[in-house]
Design a protein around this ligand. Sequence first.
Ligand code: NAD
Length: 294
Amino acid sequence: MTPASLNNSDAKILDGRTLANKIREKLSAEVQTIKKSTGKVPRFVNIVLGDSHSACSYANSQKKTAKQIGIDYKLISFPVATSQDELIAYVQRLNQDSAVNGIMIHKPLPSHIDYRIVANYVDVNKDLEGINVTNIGKMILGETTIIPCTPAAVMEHIKSTGISLRGKEAVIIGHSEIVGKPLSLLLLGEYATVTVCHIATSEAGKLIEHVQKADILVVAAGKASLVKGEWIKKGAVVIDVGINQVGDAVKGDVEFETAQKVASYITPVPGGVGPVTVVMLMKNGIEAFKIQMK
Ligand code: NAD
């Protein structure tokens, strides 16, 4: 893709499915190479507590993508009453099992389980979602290739525009542990000037002024149509992470119709960040496999 000028006002749609297909093909070739040299394919386990139906949509798309890439993916379901200690014991068994290369714990979990505690038992080199504290710490140092999947997907979208982040004003709305905070580190790693906004930014009436200065705007607040097109700087790259059910429709955090008139690039919802997130999970697993083979 030709690098775009940040003054171009015709928004190009960053189609997540097309980008995900491209990444998937690369990963598939990588798995073939791994298979030839080791005789093995990466094996991932996703642990679900309770009704695996609620996990279906995300887990099914993971399963389908894993199959397309040639990864052995298993969804293991436990009763909802499984205790935290039992869950940790199972994670530890998977850590010890050399045939298992990647582990993830499906959210949401029942209230008697503390996700943070359990997630930290996942072996740092089998951490599919990149949420182990050691991997987060290594991200600060730029020392890990296992990166939280949604921020990694956002970075892939930005990279696909060909626009250099160096010296650009990058504004993130949302400071969660899975999106905003790790994304701020990735953007800093590319020498963007990063501002992270959150609920208190809105409460202070300052959200619009931050959005107005953004060359790169990433919105991950979980509030349908929070950002209006008229707030957005002409030619900005807009990445909408939000997923909001509005009646029968799924909407992002950005008012798409007005935003696409001013942005240079914009992700749709659905079909923007989501499909790329799933392939980034697979990429993490392949990185994990490579680390384990060393
Ligand atoms: P979260 O609830 O953990 O965090 C929300 C963040 O947005 C917080 O920092 C909060 O302070 C901020 N916020 C909320 N309302 C705001 C407002 N009015 N103004 C400014 N900031 C505000 O959410 P999360 O888990 O980071 O998810 C955010 C959104 O992204 C959700 O819609 C979620 O479904 C979606 N999501 C999508 C993917 C994907 O792959 N596409 C992955 C993860 C999350």
